[in-house]
Design a protein around this ligand. Structure first.
Ligand code: GAL
Length: 139
């Protein structure tokens, strides 16, 4: 697994926080992942996985040692070798994901305790130019 970026937030994610990832996909991009990890074990509260091969974005959680049901988009606003901005904003109920300022999906929290989400990770075919966490407040 090609790790591109990892950051720890020991106090955990809070509702109203927003993560903005800016980067560029590689020329022969196959897929990349943005993972919101929990402090305990290998749990993934939110796995955001654009797959270029079939132009789909697969979202899921890896909790209790297994993947849950996938939530898949039929819009795919990413292109190979193009810059992008992905914003993942969390309110008490959902992650809201926008690409280049267009909302593309929301994902209902399966890991309900947001403060247990303490690590952010980006892996595979992508170059990250910046990663920013901001408290936007709820809206
Ligand atoms: C699997 C894949 C995992 C993850 C999961 C999401 O097929 O191996 O990396 O993307 O799907 O449901």
């Amino acid at each position: 697994m090609a790790l591109r970026f990892e950051a720890s937030y020991p106090e955990g994610l809070c509702p109203g926080w927003s993560v903005i990832v800016k980067g560029e996909t590689s020329s022969n991009a196959n897929m990349f992942e943005i993972n919101f990890l929990c402090n305990a074990g290998d749990q993934i509260a939110f796995h955001f996985n654009p797959r270029f091969s079939d132009s789909r974005i697969v979202c899921n959680s890896f909790l209790s040692n297994r993947w849950g049901p996938e939530e898949v988009t039929d819009t795919f606003p990413l292109k190979e070798k193009e810059p992008f901005q992905i914003e993942i904003y969390s309110d008490p109920d959902y992650f809201h994901v926008s690409i280049d300022e267009n909302k593309i999906l929301q994902y209902k929290h399966r890991q309900k305790q947001l403060s247990a989400i303490t690590k952010l990770q980006v892996v595979k075919d992508v170059r990250i130019s910046s990663m920013e966490i901001t408290k936007r407040g709820l809206y």
